[in-house]
Unconditional design. Structure first.
Ligand SMILES: Cc1ncc(COP(=O)(O)O)c(C=O)c1O
Length: 390
């Protein structure tokens, strides 16, 4: 794939679950903003600002189209990242007004939903349940979902396992008078199909994990607004301000997104997210096949290694393993550093999933390979020769 030609042959980047590499068209879109129409959105009337407004609005539309959702039902706001979006929602959610009686999350969550659901439970004094996900990533539906606010990921950052029963979960949650918030951080790039047309109440994602610049996104159902008590306020959110009062712009349906966009936004990054979505949608079958071939090859190889313990139940762009110090004399952190010495960039530790990996599974620190469309078959060969003796 030519869009990552800036990569040196010696650089083997396998940390896409943290941040994808950005393809040339995305970098170009960001540079074009800075070089050609560097301006504020929403506020200015000169032509540069009009270009920014047009492109920012186009990105909002592209996000909805990417997910198969309709503008009459949803709006798109931009934030810093998934964590920020989830916290904005959970810290402003009026549980009493919404009739919510508890909050539910799952055991394999990233700290981002895991901690923010703890904070929600503390703030509201409502009980919090942590449901054990099935091995295939689905959430058991025999729990009591009545009037529950459910916050779960659509794909895990440990092994990419997906919320396979997301559609049934959505139905169950809504039939029981509850709300569903999806952490789509890992799903947007490589598992978007699972999210398509799912009428969740909100979907939070990180553009930096979907080949776009550093940016957060929130896709929010319009009727959720009635249950959000705005507490994070500032410029760009108001239609009028008096000495002790203000009127929020988000009451107007076409400005609903301002609910979460206080202050100046990352206009260039938003514009470049639009370019990333175009790029993702324009990928060829051969690009998808190349990614699949690479991660399948790596997974199959890792499974043959006697001293490598593979966490994944199935091949996936995200693969976690660990080495046991008693068997090898070193741990995954040491292995990660040794790979880094050879230009192979992986992640080690618990990847912000401390509860599940450390406290439930008692795994030693892990090492994660997370692949992307930029990876070449030669990258996998490099890993294979580096791990040949394990
Ligand atoms: C599944 C999952 N959820 C949430 C997050 C948090 O994303 P961010 O750090 O961009 O807020 C991550 C980050 O790795 C993740 O993998």
């Amino acid at each position: 794939m030519n869009d990552f030609n800036y990569l040196k042959e010696s650089d083997v980047y396998l940390d896409s679950a943290c941040q994808s590499l950005r393809p040339e068209p995305v970098i170009e879109a960001l540079n074009a903003y800075y070089r050609e129409f560097n301006s504020c959105g929403e506020r200015v009337k000169y032509p540069w600002g009009e270009t920014t407004d047009r492109k920012v609005n186009a990105t909002r539309d592209k996000v909805l189209k990417y997910l198969g959702l309709k503008k009459k039902d949803y709006f798109v706001s931009f934030t810093l990242n998934t964590t920020y979006g989830l916290n904005l929602l959970l810290s402003q959610f009026d549980a009493q007004k919404a009739g919510v009686k508890k909050i539910i999350t799952s055991d394999i969550e990233h700290n981002s939903p895991f901690l923010s659901t703890i904070a929600f439970s503390r703030r509201t004094a409502l009980p919090r349940e942590v449901i054990e996900r099935n091995d295939d990533g689905s959430l058991p539906l025999d729990a009591d979902f009545s009037r529950a606010l459910v916050v779960v990921n659509a794909a895990s950052n440990i092994d990419g396992r997906r919320l396979e029963n997301i559609k049934d979960l959505e139905k169950t949650v809504h039939q029981n008078g509850g709300f569903l918030i999806i952490d789509a951080a890992q799903a947007m790039a490589h598992s978007k199909d699972i999210l398509e047309k799912v009428p969740a109440d909100a979907i939070c994602f990180s553009a930096h994990k979907m080949y776009a610049p550093s940016l957060g996104g929130m896709v929010v159902r319009r009727d959720l607004l009635g249950y959000l008590d705005t507490s994070f306020v500032g410029g760009g959110m108001v239609s009028d301000v008096d000495r002790d009062t203000y009127d929020l712009l988000s009451v107007e349906p076409e400005h609903a997104y301002t609910k979460f966009e206080s202050g100046l936004q990352a206009w260039g990054e938003i514009v470049a997210l639009g370019a990333a979505i175009d790029w993702l949608e324009g990928l060829k079958k051969s690009d998808h096949k190349n990614l699949e071939d690479n991660y399948t090859e790596l997974y199959n190889f890792l499974k043959t290694r006697e001293k490598v313990h593979v966490i994944n139940q199935a091949p996936n762009p995200t693969i976690s393993i660990y080495v046991d110090k008693a068997e090898t004399g070193f741990d995954s952190h040491f292995l990660g550093s040794a790979l880094a010495d050879q230009g192979i960039m992986t992640r080690t530790g618990y990847f912000c999933v401390h509860y599940y990996l450390d406290h439930v599974k008692h795994y030693p620190p892990l090492l994660r390979f997370s692949l992307g469309y930029h990876n070449r078959p030669s990258d996998i060969e490099r890993v294979k020769s580096a791990l040949a003796n394990l």
